[in-house]
Design a protein around this ligand. Structure first.
Ligand code: HGY
Ligand code: MN
Ligand code: MN
Length: 389
C-alpha cells in the first residue's frame, strides 16, 4: 500500500521526498487519500483547515468516533515513512477489522492532517493547530514560504477558502479518541528488541528565527576592520547553541540558514537562521534560547509546543492490547506529532511506534522493515477493535 505513493514528490537524485504542504506533490497525495476512502465506501470530508477525514459510520458531537491517522507531507528530502506509514496503516487496519467482521459500536475515522512538518510555512502541525485553535488564523494566513507566497495566496490557488480557516469545534467534537501510528524516530524499539511500541510523552519543543543584520559590502575591497559581517555572530550562535545544549542537557539544531543576498563575492547584509530546541525540561529549553540572545540580534519564537504526557490509562491499555503476551514498551519521543496537539486540546490521544532499524528520520535513509510495518498494522487493528468495543 506504500508503493503507489513511492513516486510522489520523490527526488530521483537522492531518493528523498519533497512534499511541502499544498504543493503539487501534496495535492497528488490528497487525491490518493480520497481514492482510498472512496474505494472503501468511507464518507470523505475535508474540514475548513484542509484536514482530511474518511469516516466508517457517521460521527457527530453526540456520537464521537475513534480516529486513527497521521500526515502525508514531508520535510524537504525526508523519508518515505514519516507520516505516510500512519495513514496507510490506518486504511490497512480498517480493512483487517472488516475482514474480521468487526462491527464497531462507534464511528471509525481515518485522518490525514495538513502540513504537519511546517517545512514550507515554518509552523509544524499547522492543520491540527488551526483545528484546535492554538494557531490564530490571521497569523497563519500571513505566513510566507521561501518565495514569499502567503498561506492565504497558496490556499486560494489550491481552490480553498482562506478566510474560513480556524478553530473547528464541530469537527474536533467528532474525535472521541485519536491514535496515531508512526515510524519511530529513534532506536528505542531496536534496543527493546520489539517491533511495536506506545508513546509515553512528547518533549516540549520550539522553533526560533534569528536575524543577524550586518552591512553588505565588497568581499575584496572592504578592510577587515571596516566590516559589519553578520556571518560572524551567526557562526558564534551555532557554536554557542551546541555548548549550551550540552550544558543544559537538551538538544539544539540549526538546520536552515538563509543568507541575503547570497553572493560569493560580497559580505551579506542579513543572515537568517532557524533554531530548533527541545528537551525533557521546558525551563532548560527556554534558558538555552535566552543564552543565545546577543545584542542587536532579532529573535522571534515561530512555534512552541508544551510537553505532552499521553493519557496514562489509554497508553497502558494500548501497551497491553498492542503487546500481545507481554505489554509493548512505552517510550518518550523528541519528535512532535499531531497526536500531541490533539492531546493538548483535551482529546484522549495515543501513539503507536513501529521499529526503525537505524532510528534515522527526516532523511532519505529513514526505513522500516516490512515485517515490522505489518506488525504495526495488526497492533493498530487490535487497538481499534478494542477501542471500538
Ligand atoms: O519536527 C518534528 O518533531 C516532527 O517530525 N514534525
Ligand atoms: Mn517529521
Ligand atoms: Mn511525522
Amino acid at each position: 500500500m506504500l508503493e503507489p505513493l513511492a513516486h510522489i514528490g520523490r527526488d530521483p537524485a537522492t531518493g528523498g521526498y519533497v512534499r511541502d504542504g499544498w504543493s503539487d506533490a501534496d495535492m497528488e497525495l490528497r487525491e490518493w487519500f480520497a481514492g482510498e476512502a472512496e474505494r472503501r465506501g468511507l464518507d470523505l470530508r475535508e474540514d475548513r483547515n484542509g484536514n482530511l477525514w474518511a469516516w466508517w459510520g457517521s460521527a457527530s458531537r453526540d456520537r464521537p468516533g475513534v480516529v486513527t491517522g497521521s500526515h502525508l507531507d514531508s520535510v524537504r528530502q525526508g523519508g518515505a515513512y514519516d507520516g505516510p506509514l500512519g495513514v496507510v496503516s490506518a486504511f490497512a487496519a480498517l480493512d483487517i477489522l472488516r475482514r474480521r467482521g468487526t462491527k464497531p459500536s462507534v464511528p471509525l475515522g481515518v485522518a490525514c492532517f495538513t502540513d504537519e512538518e511546517g517545512a514550507r510555512f515554518g509552523v509544524p502541525c499547522m492543520g491540527s493547530r488551526l483545528l484546535t485553535g492554538v494557531l490564530e488564523p490571521e497569523r497563519a494566513l500571513a505566513l510566507t514560504d521561501d518565495s514569499g507566497d502567503t498561506l492565504a495566496g497558496v490556499l486560494t490557488k489550491a481552490g480553498r477558502a482562506p478566510y474560513e480557516i480556524g478553530r473547528d469545534d464541530e469537527t474536533l467534537a467528532m474525535v472521541g479518541t485519536f491514535v496515531e501510528l508512526h515510524v519511530e524516530q529513534g532506536r528505542g524499539l531496536v534496543d527493546e528488541g520489539r517491533p511495536v511500541g506506545v508513546g509515553r510523552a512528547i518533549w516540549p519543543h520550539g522553533r526560533w528565527r534569528f536575524d543577524f543584520h550586518g552591512r553588505a559590502d565588497h568581499a575584496g575591497s572592504t578592510r577587515l576592520a571596516d566590516r559589519d559581517d553578520p556571518m560572524l555572530p551567526f557562526a558564534r550562535m551555532v557554536l554557542a547553541a551546541r555548548t549550551a545544549a550540552e550544558a543544559r542537557g537538551v538538544v539544539a539544531t540549526v538546520g536552515k540558514v538563509r543568507v541575503s543576498p547570497g553572493n560569493a563575492n560580497a559580505i551579506p547584509g542579513l543572515v537568517s537562521a532557524w533554531l530548533d530546541a527541545r528537551g525533557a525540561d521546558e525551563r532548560a529549553v527556554r534558558d538555552l534560547v535566552t543564552d543565545l540572545a546577543q545584542a542587536g540580534v532579532e529573535v522571534r519564537e515561530e512555534s512552541w509546543t508544551p510537553v505532552v504526557d499521553f493519557d496514562v490509562a489509554l497508553r497502558e491499555r494500548l501497551a497491553r492490547v498492542a503487546g500481545g503476551d507481554t505489554p509493548a514498551p512505552i517510550l518518550p519521543t523528541g519528535a512532535g506529532h499531531d497526536a500531541g496537539i490533539l492531546a493538548t486540546a483535551g482529546v484522549p490521544s495515543a501513539m503507536l511506534f513501529v521499529r526503525n532499524p537505524t532510528g534515522v528520520s527526516h532523511s532519505p535513509a529513514e526505513h522500516a522493515e516490512q515485517a515490522d510495518c505489518e506488525a504495526g498494522v495488526i497492533a493498530l487493528a487490535d487497538v481499534l477493535e478494542d477501542l471500538c468495543r
